[in-house]
Design a protein around this ligand. Structure first.
Ligand SMILES: [Zn+2]
Ligand SMILES: [Zn+2]
Length: 341
């Protein structure tokens, strides 16, 4: 089964990829598929003896370019479609026992270019309408391979969360004429209490509404819809901030901090192209482009609320979508600000 089914009660799609159940689960270090191929008789996924950053198609993808027809018939109320899309793996280093926090700022700078490059390449494919690089880090997040890596999904629609944010940004722009993220960022900079680090036209801060205790957003201060519009200086600044933030996380907690990271940017299709595929676009489809309402953003969501306590996504969050957080964003930002140095 490789298909997506529409939930008419929530106006969202859910993807089914049952072949993924057979994927490699926590292999021993000697058999890591993301390590370099040191012995040609025992090749890994990467046929090279050494590398910096490698991108390749996930062998167990949730989304494939040419999915088979769905197994179950759609109904008028529950449309079912093949789950088209792309899933790539991004390996950050040929060293098995390192992390993005440890690879150094130059490697992160290269990764920023790789993210930008894949955004453009995958986004140019006609069936892909949204490209989202992300990283799940740490066993507690459910990572099955400990070798440092992230993923890039190319979706055939804008996923629910970014879509909701685009709708909110569109509504904000209609009311005020501005970009909501630009205004949030300038508000945070003038307030200062939730800033973690700043430099080169980019800023890292704990949002006032952080859903996770040590959630941090890293954004260009100028309005940049996606990595395509980010220049070399800003890419340098983003790499620098990411390196400082990740080192700060590990320093503050005293161990390699697990997190979920995701990059939000403009959809890679025209707004009008979504008409008919998504319900309740609230006027988004009439926009000429996403450029005015999309603002590039790195979001980090660690699950720890202290070194020995986890913030679980449980009853209120999972069933109500209502996040309850027991660390004040101002306190989290102050601790992180000291830790990043
Ligand atoms: Zn490895
Ligand atoms: Zn903006």
């Amino acid at each position: 089964v490789s298909e997506r089914r529409y939930d008419p009660t929530a106006d969202e799609w859910v993807t089914f990829a049952t072949a993924r159940q057979d994927r490699i689960y926590k292999p021993p270090a000697g058999q890591c598929p993301l390590c370099p191929t040191r012995d040609p008789a025992h090749p890994t996924e990467i046929p090279r003896p050494a590398y910096e950053v490698v991108v390749f198609d996930n062998r167990f993808p949730s989304l494939t370019p040419n999915p088979p027809a769905p197994d179950v018939d759609a109904t008028p109320i529950v449309p079912i479609e093949p789950a088209a899309g792309r899933c790539e793996v991004v390996v950050y280093s040929d060293q098995h026992d390192t992390t993005l926090a440890q690879v150094g700022v130059e490697r992160i700078r290269l990764l920023v270019d790789v993210w930008g490059d894949r955004y453009e390449v995958l986004g140019a494919e006609p069936e892909i309408r949204y490209v989202m690089p992300f990283e799940n880090k740490g066993e507690i997040i459910g990572v099955t391979l400990s070798h440092p890596h992230g993923q890039i999904y190319g979706y055939s629609d804008v996923p629910p969360r970014p879509l909701r944010e685009l709708k909110a940004a569109h509504d904000y722009r209609r009311r005020t004429g501005g970009c909501v993220e630009c205004d949030v960022v300038s508000g945070e900079i003038s307030d200062g209490r939730r800033i973690v680090a700043r430099g080169g036209g980019c800023v890292a801060f704990v949002p006032s509404w952080a859903r996770f205790p040590y959630e941090v957003h890293v954004v260009p201060e100028a309005h940049r819809p996606s990595l395509t519009q980010v220049d070399e200086t800003e890419r340098d600044a983003i790499a620098e901030l990411l390196a400082r933030l990740l080192a700060g996380y590990d320093r503050l907690f005293g161990f390699s901090l697990p997190y979920v990271m995701g990059i939000r940017s403009a959809p890679t299709c025209a707004p009008g192209e979504l008409t008919g595929r998504l319900r309740q676009l609230d006027g988004l489809e009439a926009l000429a482009s996403w450029d005015d309402i999309s603002h590039l953003l790195w979001q980090f969501a660690p699950v720890h609320r202290s070194a020995d306590k986890i913030k679980y996504v449980a009853g209120s969050e999972m069933m109500g979508g209502a996040y309850m957080t027991d660390v004040a964003p101002e306190d989290a930002a102050e601790r992180l600000r000291h830790a990043v140095g």
